[in-house]
Design a binder for this molecule. Structure first.
Ligand code: BDR
Ligand code: CA
Length: 327
């Protein structure tokens, strides 16, 4: 049983990851925090709550995972949403707002905790080891470390969806969105000594998901499957256009990272390499690029090196996704 804190910026692929985590019997979600990335943290927080309603999780139940809105802007104080609005739609969920009308969720939501405090206290007070899974820019985590560096040795593992090591970026020639959005925060994390498993574009863009892959899910008529169908249809269409594919298909970056976090059988199929990773924060063309030192790593540099996931058994992941969603 994995105990997980989930930091995210929902986001269509974040949504699939959150649904997996909330439905899986192999993990306990100790907290969900949001950060500005694909959408404003305020919109992302409301999106998490939408998924709670969709899954029938009582918002007023005491045992539901606590949610907290986090950083409204990257450490630089600057944010540009142009690309994200295209990729994830105006609502961050592929323009699916109508599916949530019946729940009458308030437009403005005040969460009960501060995200940085919630992450810090959840880790510090937990008797079991905690895995932190990050699916958005690393702003919140950098802020937690700044406030309480002791968290570095308390976390069992940090699984980060982000970066591009041996492949091109997706927002610039070298940079991936989550790292590009807050390179200073990402640099703090990679140099912190945290035990990181990175899930970069190298593995998440290696395989695409098509309608055919999720036909079993689409065939079922339920609030969750109808949302997945509508949101992924949007995401697959826009990905086809952006990537020049012949058919609608998408990448499931965040869901893949979550699968690795919660399913041991899936985790056993990944192929990793271990490099020391740093982040370019100043380059005119290369800001946000994750740079792995692929020269031979001398012993002393092992400290703080990052495990990088480069491949996975994707058909197994699709089976896992289908099983959990239809369960
Ligand atoms: C990452 O950026 C976002 O668009 C996705 O949600 C994912 O976390 C992929 O580059
Ligand atoms: Ca994301």
């Amino acid at each position: 049983m994995e105990n997980i804190i989930l930091d995210c910026d929902p986001g269509i692929d974040d949504a699939i990851a959150i649904i997996l985590a909330l439905k899986s019997k192999n993990c306990k979600i100790k907290a969900i925090t949001t950060v500005t990335g694909n959408t404003y943290s305020e919109v992302g927080t409301r999106n998490v709550i939408k998924l709670f309603y969709l899954l029938g999780i009582d918002w007023f139940a005491i045992e539901r995972p606590p949610i907290a809105e986090g950083s409204k802007l990257p450490l630089s104080g600057r944010m540009n949403f142009a690309g994200s609005k295209q990729v994830h739609g105006l609502d961050g969920f592929g323009n699916t707002e109508d599916l949530f009308d019946e729940y009458k969720i308030p437009k403005k939501i005040q969460t009960e905790y501060d995200a940085m405090d919630l992450i810090d206290s959840t880790v510090s007070e937990s008797e079991e080891p905690i895995t932190l899974v990050t699916l958005g820019p690393l702003t919140n985590i950098a802020r937690v470390i700044e406030k309480d560096p002791s968290i570095i040795r308390k976390l069992k593992k940090v699984i980060i969806m982000g970066g591009a090591i041996e492949v091109p970026g997706n927002v610039s020639p070298g940079a991936e969105f989550n790292i590009y959005t807050d390179p200073e925060a990402a640099r703090t994390i990679f140099l912190s000594g945290l035990p990181i498993l990175l899930v970069p574009l190298d593995v998440t863009k290696r395989y695409t998901l098509t309608k055919n892959d999720i036909s079993e899910i689409i065939d079922v008529d339920s609030p969750v499957t109808n949302f997945i169908n509508k949101a992924l249809s949007y995401y697959m269409r826009i990905t086809r256009i952006r990537e020049g594919f012949e058919e609608d298909a998408c990448f499931l970056h965040d869901a893949l990272a979550m699968g690795i976090a919660i399913d041991e059988r899936l985790r056993k199929t990944i192929k990793t390499k271990r490099y020391f990773v740093d982040v370019e924060t100043k380059g005119l063309l290369s800001s946000g690029q994750t740079i792995a030192d692929r020269r031979r790593v001398p012993e002393f540099k092992e400290y703080g090196a990052t495990d990088i996931c480069l491949d996975i058994d994707f058909p197994k992941f699709v089976k896992f996704l289908t099983r959990i969603i239809l369960d």
